[in-house]
Design a protein around this ligand. Structure first.
Ligand code: C2E
Ligand code: MG
Ligand code: MG
Length: 712
């Protein structure tokens, strides 16, 4: 037994120890073994040779290495160098070597391979032993199993490494900032998003986030306000200024970080560059609110803007004008010159309209050739009239399309907020109605919406509704007005004139419903009824009389332009079996206003069917005399106005004579309408008119009366 020298146990003697305990404490071997037992490892003493040959190993050896202690002693196969992990051998030798050289103790952490093949981490603490000559003799120390601690250290390092990698390689910017707006930490992505060259560059460039980063000065306040109420911001979108001055859109997600006491330490969060998405969204929004051809706001934006302007008008006690604009000749140009020219025209007009208004006003393209102007901040209605005059003038400036010059006009209708209506829908409807009115009143003008106009509009809607019912209920019928041949003083034909006889109500004159039927398109249906009914009754009349008798049917301008007119006439003839020569079509002069070429073409097609043709209401329209010779027409019907004022306006005499001469020179017969007096009859006869029609001879009468009239 090795005794511990008395100096070392002195302190214990001061305590009153039992003799047996004192003895135990003086037994150094026992003490050493007790210590070694508790270190989760082993004590050792080995030689400084290539195998670290053991001269002493303690009891823990088996538990630590899986080998019995004696296996390590000299002459055995197992040695410390062998069970040291090959990758760590060099390190162990170097560490111990240095300790020997410097005569110091050492610590080395490294791996050994347990007998079971497991890797065990050990911490070796030891010191060199020298002989009297100062040469290294042995090393003694302890080896402790630190596997558990080491593995958790490694795991922690790996996790740290992974997080660092996420931080360093993230596409999103990641940052920590002080609450007052300077960076504590950020990753390379943030540097890149903000367009800086390096970490330092960003730190120097953005010393104060509040003032240097956000494009809008109040944005950081907003960020902080959300932060302090919710402790976080989610998808916070903001515009920020990059180093080069370019403004980009970012989206931030961030949170507050507080210590245990709740003191705010810093903010941390992520930044995503969403400029591309924002641009795309903006592009989509623009597209859905603007007209692709002209780039003007479209219908969607119109209502938005109008509501906005109404709000402003309420606040500033001003007015808003809503002007509906329709180009008068668009359809004609689009149809005859093609869509390309039509598009060009619309673009030109869009540009001109935009120049006629102030920046605060809005020009909208509704579609087709319809535009709307919204004029804001008005106090005097006269200002609107002035603007509209500017629009009319600007639109009417010569316009060059495919190297041809055109003069375009437009019709404008205006409603005023709050005078005419309060809600956007009604204002738009009223402006539209006023536009319609100005179109009817001869185009190239503007018209304000009025109460009176509204009343007429309502009547028109009502009339349209009742007309549709009338078609279904068979309330339409025909009267016939006989025509007289001056030469023979005999009836030479009759004009079919439509009558509307509603049940239990007075008869309605065609003058009040034909124009509405024209506007609404109902005329096509009504026209077909007249054609078929007139043909049918003409056949009956022919049979009754036993001779040929001509019935004239009116064809309205819209009916005339309808592509199916020729085939409708053909069908009516076919269905009734009427001799085409017994049917005359009266075409009003105004039918040819828009397109003389196609007018003449249709006349020829009708003529080819064998029917007769007459120009109705001649003298009031715009027919160019130059074209008249190309019309395959049998008869000119002089408009009533020239006859009815014959007695009071002698100037009509010249016109009447001229028309008769013109008709005759082109080989046409000339008939005067609206003859009411003996004087008129005698006069017309006197100047060579061929036929007459009028109350003086007969009013329009039902078919049975006409039959009686003819048989007389
Ligand atoms: P319009 O074709 O010029 O027909 C002549 C109009 O003058 C008829 O009016 C007729 O009743 C009226 N009239 C005849 N003699 C006299 C007279 O001595 N003095 C006066 N003051 N008037 C006379 P109505 O029947 O009211 O027809 C008016 C217009 O309605 C017609 O003018 C025609 O443009 C249109 N219309 C009538 N029936 C039809 C039809 O079946 N189809 C089409 N599309 N239009 C029709
Ligand atoms: Mg007529
Ligand atoms: Mg007429």
């Amino acid at each position: 037994m090795t005794m511990i020298n008395s100096a070392m146990i002195l302190p214990f003697q001061r305590l009153s120890l039992s003799a047996s305990l004192h003895e135990k404490m003086c037994d150094a071997d026992r003490m050493m073994n007790a210590v070694l037992k508790n270190i989760n490892g082993m004590g050792y003493c080995c030689l400084y040779d290539s195998k670290w040959t053991m001269v002493y190993v303690s009891e823990g050896c088996q538990a630590l290495t899986g080998y019995e202690g004696k296996s390590f002693l000299s002459g055995h196969e197992i040695h410390m160098e062998l069970i040291t992990h090959p990758e760590d051998r060099e390190y162990v030798r170097r560490t111990i070597g240095e300790a020997i050289n410097t005569q110091q103790s050492f610590v080395a952490e490294y791996r050994i391979i347990h007998a079971s093949g497991d890797i065990i981490w050990v911490a070796e603490r030891g010191s060199p032993l020298y002989d009297e000559a100062g040469e290294i003799e042995a090393i003694e120390g302890v080896l402790q199993n630190i596997t558990r601690r080491k593995l958790s250290e490694i795991a922690a390092n790996q996790a740290e490494e992974r997080y660092r990698s996420i931080f360093e390689n993230a596409v999103e910017g990641i940052y920590q900032t002080t609450p007052d707006g300077s960076y504590l930490n950020f990753n390379p992505a943030l540097v890149k998003i903000y367009g800086y060259e390096s970490t330092n560059d960003l730190i120097q460039g953005v010393a104060d986030i509040n003032s240097q980063l956000y494009a809008h000065p109040k944005k950081r306040d907003e960020f902080i306000a959300i932060m302090s109420t919710h402790g976080r911001v989610v998808n916070f979108e903001a515009e920020v200024r990059r180093k080069d001055g370019e403004v980009i859109w970012i989206s931030e997600n961030a949170r507050e970080v507080r210590d245990k006491e709740g003191t705010l330490l810093f903010y941390e969060g992520t930044v995503e560059d969403i400029t591309e998405r924002k641009n795309h969204e903006r592009e989509l929004e623009y597209q859905s609110n603007h007209d692709a051809l002209t780039g003007l706001p479209n219908r969607t934006l119109l209502v938005d803007r109008l509501e906005q302007y109404i709000g402003l008008a309420d606040r500033y006690h001003s007015k808003v004008a809503i002007a509906f604009i329709d180009l008068d000749q668009f359809k004609l140009i689009n149809d005859s010159m093609g869509h390309h020219a039509g598009d060009e025209l619309l673009k030109t007009m869009a540009g001109r309209l935009s120049q006629c208004v102030r920046d605060s006003d809005t020009v909208v393209r509704l579609g087709g050739d319809e535009f709307v102007l919204l004029l804001t901040g008005l106090h005097e209605i006269e200002d609107v009239a002035e603007s509209m005059q500017r629009v009319l003038t600007s639109v009417a400036e010569p316009c060059i399309l495919e190297s041809r010059t055109f003069i375009i006009s437009c019709s404008i209708g205006i409603s005023i907020y709050p005078d005419d209506a309060k809600d956007p829908g009604a204002l738009l409807k009223y402006a539209d109605a006023a536009m319609y009115k100005s179109k009817q009143s001869g185009r190239n003008m503007f018209q304000f919406y009025t109460e009176e106009l509204n009343k007429r509009l309502m009547e028109r809607l009502d009339m349209e509704y009742r007309m549709r019912q009338a078609i279904e209920n068979g309330e339409f019928l025909l009267h016939y007005q006989p025509k007289m041949d001056f030469a023979t003083c005999k009836v030479c034909g009759a004009e079919a004139l439509i009558r509307w006889q509603p049940a239990n109500a007075p008869m309605i004159s065609p003058a009040s419903f034909i124009p509405i039927a024209e506007e609404t398109g109902l005329i096509e249906e009504i026209g077909n009824y007249v054609l078929n009914e007139a043909c049918r009754q003409a056949v009956e009349l022919n049979t009754l009389l036993g001779e040929k008798f001509t019935i004239a049917v009116n064809v309205s301008p819209r009916q005339f332009r309808q592509t199916s007119l020729v085939s409708s006439v053909q069908a009516a003839l076919h269905l009734s079996g009427l001799d085409p020569a017994c049917l005359e079509l009266e075409i009003t002069e105004s039918s040819l206003v828009d397109d003389t070429k196609s007018f003449i073409k249709t006349l020829h097609e009708l003529k080819a069917l064998g029917v007769k043709l007459a120009i109705d209401d001649f003298g009031t329209g715009y027919s160019s005399m130059a074209y008249l010779k190309d019309f395959p027409v049998d008869r000119l019907k002089i408009d009533q106005v020239f006859v009815s004022h014959l007695e009071t306006e002698p100037s009509n005499v010249a016109i009447l004579k001229a028309i008769i001469a013109l008709g005759h020179s082109l080989g046409m017969r000339v008939i005067a309408e609206g003859v009411e007096t003996a004087y008129q009859q005698a006069f017309l006869h006197g100047i060579g008119c061929d036929e007459l029609q009028g109350y003086y001879f007969s009013k329009p009468i039902p078919m049975d009366k006409l039959e009686a009239f003819l048989q007389r």
